[in-house]
Design a protein around this ligand. Structure first.
Ligand SMILES: [Ca+2]
Length: 484
């Protein structure tokens, strides 16, 4: 795709949003339309205000872990329904193959390497002292809050432990969840170094975390049903540790493999939770006024959890497709097509500008790397939203331009694949296509020139982190980069 096409898309993007707002009757003083004070039928009130945004993020869910993505032994009807009622992107990517950097990109709409958020921080007990989403960056929650949204977050933060990094300092009115990267599900209140918090207060008793995060999100929707809201629901499911309630495990008595059995139960619990959120939107007549996103934060770590990235090669922690291509669904009843499968490459960075466009933000923010997907979703625009997509994760890097992908793993020579013909990245075409290698390398170098060095490295805690690590070594099992 040429630069010219990219420019056309950007212009069309702006036009489409303006037209869309006109249609919605939202152009101009949207804020005045906030219907908190309005009474009467809920559905009627919902029509006269900015659309809600619900962003559900699964943790370490593989590309093929959902029914609609090909999973055969674990039914996920509720998550599947988002794809069935909306658009399923089959080339949907995240900007990193591990947790925290993906979330940094997701919240900011910018490649996280632009601001040094390239790595995970290490486990909560020994997090790198420098860790946290830099305060130079503006989150989606902050931008939506400025537009008058009620903002709530329920689940895993993983963007900083320091007080100034707390979700409620980064745009969220309400927070129920934990600050770290991994968490117990069954004895959730027992984790003293990474407690479950309501706001900044430790919660003394916590149910199965997947259940409770969904319950909190549902309660938030109920409380804020008469105003525009943004719900960020990043489950820690289906990340390690493998822990599930008997009521979920009993659904999978036929699965003999012990890991798979618990994994199925954890995924089923999350599917129930998503179902409860969708049911609440339906009950309150908000489906047509709410855009719902569903993604995973990185690919599945198959050996650890039995997650599947088929037919992709590679796992969490790698820039092979299995690490970065994820389930990516968007639903907005009555506004975007139902049951559409879209093969155009999109990336998690696009969610931020898409949400702002849906919210009717007056102008596009500068400095974003993501683009609004609204013109794709409303079918007003053909063509790809991105000329190219990029990944950098320490010694690993990758670039995708059209169907071509050039990638550099930790060791070895750069590899070139044609994803249209070889989704499993099995046939390295680098030797036969030196010009293509050069072209993609040049695109990567241009992108990378605007990045900065990583502000911290996982597994190398700063002075404070080292102290904490030594203190907790007897009780803690340090996570590896890929396990976190
Ligand atoms: Ca993850």
């Amino acid at each position: 795709m040429s630069l010219k096409n990219g420019g056309t898309f950007a212009r069309h993007n702006t036009l489409a949003r303006r037209d869309f707002l006109k249609i919605m009757g939202l152009a101009g003083a949207c804020h005045a339309l906030d219907s908190r004070a309005a009474s009467g039928a809920e559905a009627g009130a919902a029509k006269a205000r900015r659309p809600n945004i619900v962003l559900v993020v699964a943790d370490d869910l593989g590309y093929a872990d959902l029914g609609v993505q090909g999973c055969k032994d674990i039914p996920t009807p509720n998550i599947d329904s988002i794809a069935q009622n909306g658009v399923r992107f089959t080339n949907g990517y995240v900007s990193c193959p591990v947790c925290s950097p993906t979330r940094a990109g997701l919240m900011t709409g910018r490649y996280q390497q632009r601001f040094g958020h390239e790595f995970n921080p290490g486990p909560a007990e020994a997090a790198v002292a420098e860790f946290g989403l830099p305060l130079t960056e503006v989150t989606l929650a902050e931008r939506l809050k400025t537009l008058g949204y009620a903002t709530g977050m329920f689940g895993k933060w993983h963007l900083g432990y320091r007080p100034e990094m707390h979700p409620q300092k980064r745009g969220f009115d309400e927070f129920y969840g934990f600050l770290g990267g991994a968490h117990d599900y069954l004895n959730a209140a027992g984790d003293k170094s990474n407690p479950v918090l309501r706001g900044t207060e430790r919660v003394p008793e916590v149910d199965y975390t997947t259940d409770v995060f969904a319950r909190e999100a549902v309660a938030f929707i109920d409380r804020h049903r008469d105003e525009a809201f943004f719900v960020y629901l990043p489950f820690n499911a289906v990340h390690l540790p493998l822990e599930a309630l008997d009521k979920y495990k009993s659904r999978f008595a036929a699965i003999e493999d012990k890991k798979r059995h618990v994994y199925a139960a954890m995924l089923s619990a999350m599917d129930d939770g998503v179902g409860q959120v969708l049911a609440k939107l339906r009950e309150r007549g908000l489906e047509e006024n709410t855009m719902v996103f569903f993604i995973s934060d990185n690919g599945g770590p198959t050996p650890q959890t039995t997650s599947s990235n088929q037919p992709l090669r590679g796992y969490k922690g790698q820039v092979l497709e299995g690490g970065i291509r994820v389930p990516f669904f968007v639903q907005w009843k009555g506004h975007i097509p139902a049951g559409k499968v879209d093969g155009r490459p999109v990336v998690s960075l696009d969610i931020h500008p898409t949400a702002l466009a849906v919210a009717g933000a007056a102008s596009q923010e500068s400095g974003l790397d993501g683009v609004s997907l609204l013109p794709l979703l409303t079918q007003e625009k053909d063509g790809a939203p991105h000329e190219s997509l990029f990944w950098r994760f320490g010694e690993q890097s990758a670039v995708r331009v059209g169907d071509w992908k050039l990638l550099q793993q930790k060791e070895g020579a750069p590899q070139l694949y044609n994803l249209a013909e070889d989704i499993g990245e099995a046939k390295d075409l680098a030797g036969a296509n030196p010009d293509k290698v050069k072209e993609l390398q040049s695109a990567y170098d241009g992108w990378n020139a605007k990045n900065i060095p990583a502000l911290w490295k996982a597994g190398r805690p700063g002075k404070d982190g080292r102290k904490r690590l030594l203190k907790t070594l007897s009780s803690a099992e340090p996570d590896t980069e890929s396990a976190e």
